[in-house]
Design a protein around this ligand. Sequence first.
Ligand code: ATP
Length: 270
Amino acid sequence: MTTPTTINKTPTIAPKTFDKQLSNACADLSDAMIEVSSLNFSIKNNAILKNLSFSMAAGEVYALLGGNGAGKSTTLKTLLGFNKPTEGSVKVAGKEVSKALDFVRGKTAYLPESATLYPHLTARENVEYFLSLADIKKSDEQINAAFNRVALQHDAWDRHMQTYSKGMRQKTAIALAILREAPIFLLDEPTSGLDPVAIDEFNQLVRELALTGATILMVTHDVYGACQVANRIGLLKNGELVGEFDAPQSGRIDTEQVHAAFGHHAKRGA
Ligand SMILES: Nc1ncnc2c1ncn2[C@@H]1O[C@H](COP(=O)(O)OP(=O)(O)OP(=O)(O)O)[C@@H](O)[C@H]1O
C-alpha cells in the first residue's frame, strides 16, 4: 500500500454558506457529504480499487485525477451503487450507499461524459420529463430561473437538443440537477470535448454551485482543469490514492506542482 502524500495542507476555501434550496436538501445530513473509507473493490480477484479513503464536506470541489485505467470511473460507479465494495465503506449524504440506493440516487446528480438527454426533445421538455419521472413539479418560472442560473442561452430553451453543443447539453443537465435539488454532483470528465470558452463557463458554474453549498466530485485526467476548479485534488494511480493537494485559503492549487506529481506517477503507469 502506498501512503498518500499530503501537499500544501492548509484549510480549503470551501464555503459553508448554503443557499436556501440546497440547505433544505442538506439540513438532515452530517458534515461529510461523501465519505469513502478503506474501500477495496475487486473483480474476479483483480484488485481495482485499493484501500481508497477520502471525504468531502458540503461546498467542496474534489478532483480525482488519474490516467487511463486508474480507477476513476469505478470509483464513481461505486458511489452510485453500481459496484458493491469488496471491503470498506462508501457513504453518500451520511448513508451507506449499498443500503440506501434510492436515497443516495435522489441526492446525487451524475453527469456522464456525454449527458444523456433526449435529442428530439427541447431542453425544457427534457427537464419536465425527467422531473416528472422523479415526481417533482416545477413551474415554468422555476425552470426558466434554472436555465438562467446555468447561463443557457435563452433562444435555445425551446429548441431540440440535437442542435446543442456539448457545453449546452451539460448546462441543461446541471439545470435539471438544480431543479431536482440534488446537493451532490458526480462529474465524469466534464470538460473533455469542450472549447476553451465553454470550459471557462463550466468551471465558473462549478465554483458558483460550490459557493451555494453543492458538493462536487469530478474525475478527470486534465491537470490544468482540475487546478482551475478544485479545492482539493486526489491523485489516483492503479486504484490507490497516492497524493492529495489542498488549495490555499484563497487561491488555486499550484498546477506545476500537481503536474510534476502526476507526470511522475503517470510515467510509472497511472
Ligand atoms: N467490468 C470490469 N471487468 C474487468 N476489469 C474492469 C472492469 N471495469 C473496470 N476494469 C478495470 O479496472 C481498471 C480501472 O478502470 P476504470 O474504468 O475505473 O479506469 P478509469 O480511471 O476510469 O480510466 P479511463 O480514464 O480510461 O476511463 C482498469 O484496469 C479496467 O480494465
